[in-house]
Design a protein around this ligand. Sequence first.
Ligand code: ADP
Length: 170
Amino acid sequence: MAKQRVGVYPGTFDPITNGHMDIIKRSLGLVDKLVIGVATNPSKNPLFSLQERVDIVTRETARLAQASGTTIEVVQFDELLMKFAERVGADFIIRGLRAVADFEYEFQMTGMNYQINPDIETVFLMADPRYQTIASRLVKEVAMYGGNITAFVPQKVGLEVVAKVDGMAK
Ligand code: ADP
C-alpha cells in the first residue's frame, strides 16, 4: 500500500471563515489525512479561546471529512510550525494565498522552512474568488461595528462571533 499523504493546514482560525473552509475542501482532494493545526497565537489576542477555536473548527469540518472520506484531525499547537509538521508526520504544509499582500510573508516563511526541513513541501492554494478577500480580522471588525457577516463565515460561526462581540460590549 502506498504511504499515506499527510497535509498540515495551520492557522489561527479566529474565527474559521468561508475562505478557510474553501481551502480545506480543496486540500481534502490532495491528501489522505489533513491535520488542521490551530495555533495558540496569544500575540494576536484572539477573540475565541484556543479550546473554542479547536471545537468550532472540529464541528465545522466534520461534514467535509465525511463527504470526502478524507480523515481530518484538528490539533492545537504552540511550537515552531516545522516542528509541529514533523511531529504529526506531515508531507505537506498547506497555505492559502489571498492577494499579493500574503505573498511577501509566505515567500519568506517558505524559504526559511525549506532550510529547516527540505523534505516537507509547502503547497499554496487559492480560494474561489468569492472567498479570496475574506480575513478573520476583518470579519471581527465588521461584527464589532454591527455589520452583517453572514456572507463570510459558516452560519453558526456568525452567530457565535456576534454573541462574543455583544458579550464583550457589555
Ligand atoms: P487570518 O490570516 O485570516 O487571520 P489564519 O491565520 O487563520 O487567518 O490563516 C490560515 C491560513 O489560511 C493562511 O495560509 C491564510 O493565508 C489562509 N487564508 C485565510 N483566509 C483566506 C482566504 N480568504 N482565502 C485563502 N486563504 C486564506
